[in-house]
Design a protein around this ligand. Structure first.
Ligand code: COA
Length: 415
């Protein structure tokens, strides 16, 4: 049994933000029907292909556990099918450019007429009524507008975007929470509703500590946990802090053995206040435990980079794994910097299902990121992504179309 068994979702999403949301709901048991344009489908099926005739990994990684229905919703027959589908579904998710659904003839008012219990969930770049609401948006645009880029990177470099999909998949995760909340509310009221998340807002939600820093900077004129303190200068905006730990626990990326040739031969090391004495023991500096220049976080901060240098000196002949194995014994929060190759082959991630190997009808086995959410009473199984239109006839039959009617729709290219 899966938590979302019996929930039918019209997945009108493409690229990453929307598909990440519906994929999550499909993992948890929802029947997710991905509606795609006949002939082409989601643009990611073709983007960055590594095997000429197989759906690209971009698509397969974001569309597992779904069914695919091809439907030209700009034709009369296509609109009819969509109407039938709306009547029997619980949720419709879309992340088209602004106004696309209205132009297609399915504004919220119409959807509600067709199904008053429908939960209509949307991702847009900016929220409704925002002065940029007309803009189309991709990942990095959202990171720039959501506060991530201006606060990421080094102070002497340009604004930098993160490799993590803060604008796309993160927005999809926010939307999934909104959908589940609306479903819970529908259980109580019997009514559907519109749920919307903008990529800018979802990004900002993850940057709230940077807004905290802005307010502190406004009041104090400095931020003591940033590398700029106390020797550098602060302006009136939150600076980029490089790899500094953000929450009052100083931290930095430190070089390990082999860093000259291996771009990831580093660990992240955190100086947690109450772990100071174990750190001194771990790095062979017991005298720092009683030296007033080191005993408090405030005393350490002016020479924090000298402290990091001393730790680097201690680990320069140790691999990142050896270094972490030493520090973990002293309860020091740290981890190796892992490459994607190392992550793909990590036995623990494989064992937990966070890295999963699944079958695909054309490309064979492929790796994907499985559910990061684990349940004690539900197993999440990841299945391969659907081929374009693989389930068209099946879904149409479920909607009551006869084989003749289905054949006619293929003939006119409505599906
Ligand atoms: N049948 C017929 N037409 C279809 C269709 C179908 N099954 N599915 C989509 N379409 C049409 C839409 O009706 C729309 O047509 P219109 O513009 O003539 O009204 C068009 O295809 C899709 O337009 P749009 O979503 O704007 O695509 P795009 O490639 O120009 O823009 C994005 C892509 C991602 C920039 C844009 O969709 C967007 O800003 N989305 C919101 C934010 C977002 O999710 N960003 C991406 C995160 S990964």
């Amino acid at each position: 049994m899966k938590a979302l068994d019996g929930i039918k979702i019209i997945d009108f999403t493409h690229v990453q933000a929307g598909p990440a949301c519906t994929q999550l709901l499909a993992w948890f048991g929802a029947d997710v029907i991905k509606v795609e344009r006949p002939g082409s489908g989601d643009v990611t099926r073709n983007q960055l292909r590594d095997i000429p005739d197989a759906d690209a990994l971009y698509f397969t990684q974001l569309n597992s556990n779904k069914r695919s229905l091809t439907l030209d919703t700009k034709t009369k027959e296509g609109k009819e099918v969509l109407e039938k589908l709306i009547k029997v579904s619980d949720v419709m998710v879309e992340n088209f450019g602004p106004g696309a659904l209205d132009r297609m003839g399915f504004p919220w008012k119409r959807i509600l007429e067709l199904n008053p219990k429908m939960i209509m969930a949307s991702v847009k770049g900016f929220s409704e009524g925002h002065h940029y609401e007309d803009l189309k948006v991709y990942e990095n645009v959202a990171q720039c507008a959501g506060g991530a880029a201006s606060t990421t990177g080094f102070w002497d470099g340009p604004p930098t975007v993160s490799g993590a999909a803060l604008g796309d998949s993160n927005t999809g995760m926010h939307l999934a929470i909104g959908i589940l909340t609306a479903l819970r509310m529908r259980d109580k009221t019997g009514k559907g509703q519109k749920v919307a998340v903008s990529m800018q807002d979802a990004c900002l939600n993850l940057c709230r500590v940077k807004l905290r820093d802005q307010l502190r900077l406004d009041r104090l004129g400095y931020l003591e946990e940033y590398p700029q303190y106390p020797h550098g200068k602060f302006t009136d905006v939150v600076p980029r802090g490089g790899n500094a730990g953000g929450g009052g626990q100083p931290g930095w990326v430190l070089k390990c053995k082999g860093w000259e040739t291996d771009p990831n031969a580093y660990i992240y090391f955190t100086i947690q206040g109450h772990a100071w004495e174990p750190i001194c023991d771990a790095i062979g500096k017991p005298e720092w435990k009683t030296d007033p220049a080191y005993t408090t976080a405030k005393a350490r901060q002016p020479h924090i980079f000298d402290i990091f240098k001393t730790i680097e000196e201690f680990i320069k002949d140790k691999t990142k794994y050896e270094a972490v194995d030493i520090f973990r014994k002293f309860d020091i929060p740290c981890a190796p910097v892992l490459s994607m190759k190392e992550i793909a082959n990590d036995p623990s991630l494989r064992k937990s299902g966070t890295i999963a190997e699944v079958d695909h009808k054309v490309r064979g086995k492929y790796l994907t990121v499985g559910s990061p959410i684990k349940f004690s009473d539900m197993t999440v199984e990841i299945t391969g992504s659907p081929l374009l239109g693989e389930h068209t006839d099946e879904v149409l039959a479920e909607l009551g179309y006869t084989p003749q009617q289905i054949a006619a729709m293929h003939e006119t290219k409505a599906v």
